[in-house]
Design a protein around this ligand. Structure first.
Ligand code: 5RP
Length: 245
């Protein structure tokens, strides 16, 4: 591979290290985003070189299309039912490996797939590592029916929790509302710092019309962080199987 930017070298290094965790016979969840795209490519190379027998479910149509173009067979999560390992990217990673995800709009399927996995490993470049979650907009997937009322209720929730925020934005793509793989909308919450992520996540998901939020709490046991020189560092969550190993 030539002409990768330093950021892409870091993403690819993290992806390659994550793919090294894959073992023959595994049932895998394939994440979404640019780092996950490196992972899919590196995984396809290993499958071709080593003849690994894997079962793979994708977290988005975008990833399914890429994986199939690379020669990987994609099955539905229902066909596989449970996964050994999910490899995904993230928008923010805090010291406890709590995450913000959904920058690519796939947070709902990503959360379902990660929850249906024995392990979730996140791959990222160093820019994603933060002390406190919240600088990256928090995506919330909502159904189209009554979305403006849902937005008003989200606004009220943020005010009650005394969270500093800018106006809540309906995500757009090509000047049209962005539609998720499940046919829903995304509201992006521009917060500053989320000090009680569990409280916020619970309150958001209690609002009718909210399908899921982009806070992935206590789901990830290992984060592999790539560096622009191609090396990686591993971060483990306290109390996780990885930290105890
Ligand atoms: C998609 C996601 C992605 O994993 C996240 O946005 C990171 O993407 P990238 O690897 O392109 O930075 O959550 O919904």
């Amino acid at each position: 591979m030539t002409d990768l930017s330093p950021e892409d070298i870091a993403k690819n290094a993290a992806a390659e290290a994550a793919v090294a965790l894959v073992e023959d016979g595994m049932r895998l969840g394939l994440g979404t985003g640019s780092t996950a795209a490196f992972m899919v490519r590196r995984l396809a190379e290993r499958v071709q070189a080593e003849g690994l027998a894997l079962r793979c479910a994708a977290t988005s149509q975008q990833t399914a299309d890429l994986a199939e173009a690379q020669g990987l067979r994609i099955e539905t999560l229902d066909e596989i039912a449970w996964l050994d390992l999910t490899l995904d990217g993230a928008d923010e990673i805090d010291p406890d490996l709590n995450l913000i995800k959904g920058g690519g709009g796939a947070l709902l399927r990503e959360k379902i797939v990660a929850r249906a996995s024995d392990r979730m490993v996140v791959m990222a470049d160093g820019s994603k590592v933060v002390e406190t979650l919240g600088a990256f907009h928090l995506p919330v997937e909502v159904i189209g029916f009554g979305w403006q009322s849902t937005k008003a209720l989200i606004q009220r929730t943020l005010d009650r929790q005394e969270l500093e925020h800018r106006p809540i934005l309906l995500r757009q793509r090509d000047d049209q509302p962005f539609i998720t793989d499940e046919g829903n909308l995304i509201l992006d919450l521009a917060l500053e710092e989320i000090h009680d992520a569990a409280r916020l996540a619970a309150a958001l998901n209690a609002i009718p019309g909210v399908v899921e939020n982009g806070l992935f709490l206590k789901m990830c046991g290992l984060a592999i962080i790539g560096r622009p020189d191609g090396s990686v560092v591993e971060l483990t969550a306290e109390g996780s199987a990885e930290a105890e190993a």
